[in-house]
Design a protein around this ligand. Structure first.
Ligand SMILES: NC(=O)c1ccc[n+]([C@@H]2O[C@H](COP(=O)([O-])OP(=O)(O)OC[C@H]3O[C@@H](n4cnc5c(N)ncnc54)[C@H](OP(=O)(O)O)[C@@H]3O)[C@@H](O)[C@H]2O)c1
Length: 263
């Protein structure tokens, strides 16, 4: 009897880094459940990947800012009869707005999407991985989590949570065969800055700061397989992280205030 293919769940798979995870995991022979709001995009990616790699690709259109979103994802997995072996919590965006002038629906929505949904999906899926003694989880954080804080960037606080949580979960899960990696990309070509409304500013940043999603995802997949709890992809980002991380808090505050290009 042949071994069943491993099953991967990827949030935010309709664009950018998430779609790239889908392509590389399908190429490695994983069946996929692709999750995001834009179902038409998910379906065309699923059709492409199932045709090219002979894997099963399922899609679920769901808004992960909804409080019942994770329960909806789990109900869909039950319907498929799937256990997830590989979880990529990738969906995200940055509002880039003044905190006090932003409605709670938006602030709370960003926290629900990038903190609560990520945490709840991990909480619901990890016990099965632990029971089966094999699992891989990638939580997409950001280089922003390792950088000085930026004014009007709720995003940096959220991504810091993702980084610390992931390291903590890796310590708890690794003895049971489940690796957790926080992926901390720097500037990566995707739709992120179009959604954030900062495309013009982003286009003026030096090219050396940018990475293609293919390179980011390749390094992240290698890191989680090797059991590395944190992955900062690319040598430029590694260098920046090495310089920024030891900065004293008072200096980081001043640098963050002075050099935030998105202010
Ligand atoms: N690009 C960068 O420079 C960069 C740097 C550091 C970290 N990151 C992180 O990388 C991750 C992926 O971003 P990206 O660069 O690939 O951006 P992207 O191209 O804009 O993709 C974002 C993905 O998140 C999904 N998403 C957003 N809101 C959602 C919601 N309410 N419910 C469900 N899905 C939602 C989007 O799908 P729908 O719109 O179809 O729902 C899309 O698939 C994010 O967590 C981001 O914070 C990006």
């Amino acid at each position: 009897m042949s071994t069943p293919r491993r099953k991967a769940l990827i949030t935010g798979a309709s664009a950018g880094i998430g779609a790239t995870f889908a392509r590389q995991l399908a190429a490695q022979g994983h069946d996929l459940l692709l999750v995001a709001r834009r179902g038409d995009r998910l379906q065309s990616l699923a059709d492409e990947l199932s045709g090219r790699h002979q894997v099963q690709c399922e899609v679920l259109s769901v808004d992960l800012t909804r409080v019942d979103a994770s329960a909806t994802v789990m109900a869909h997995l039950d319907k498929l009869g799937w256990h997830i072996d590989f979880l990529v919590n990738n969906a995200g965006l940055s509002g880039h707005t003044k905190f006090a002038q932003t409605p709670w629906s938006q602030v709370g929505g960003e926290m629900q999407l990038m903190m609560t949904a990520l945490t709840e999906l991990t909480h619901r899926i990890a016990p099965g991985m632990i029971e089966r003694r094999w699992g891989r989880i990638i939580n997409v954080s950001s280089l922003a989590a390792l950088s000085p804080p930026g004014e009007s960037l709720l995003y940096s606080a959220i991504k810091s949570y993702v980084l610390v949580l992931s390291q903590s979960l890796d310590m708890e899960f690794k003895p049971h065969g489940v690796h957790v990696t926080a992926l901390c990309p720097g500037f990566t070509h995707s739709e992120f800055h179009d959604v954030m409304g900062t495309r013009n500013i982003a286009n003026h940043l030096p090219g050396i700061l940018w990475q293609q999603p293919d390179a980011v995802v390749k390094e992240a997949l290698a890191a989680v397989m090797a059991g590395k709890p944190v992955c900062v992809p690319g040598w430029v980002n590694k260098l920046l992280a090495a310089i920024m991380r030891p900065t004293p808090l008072w200096l980081g505050y001043r640098l963050g205030k002075a050099f935030n290009p998105f202010k």
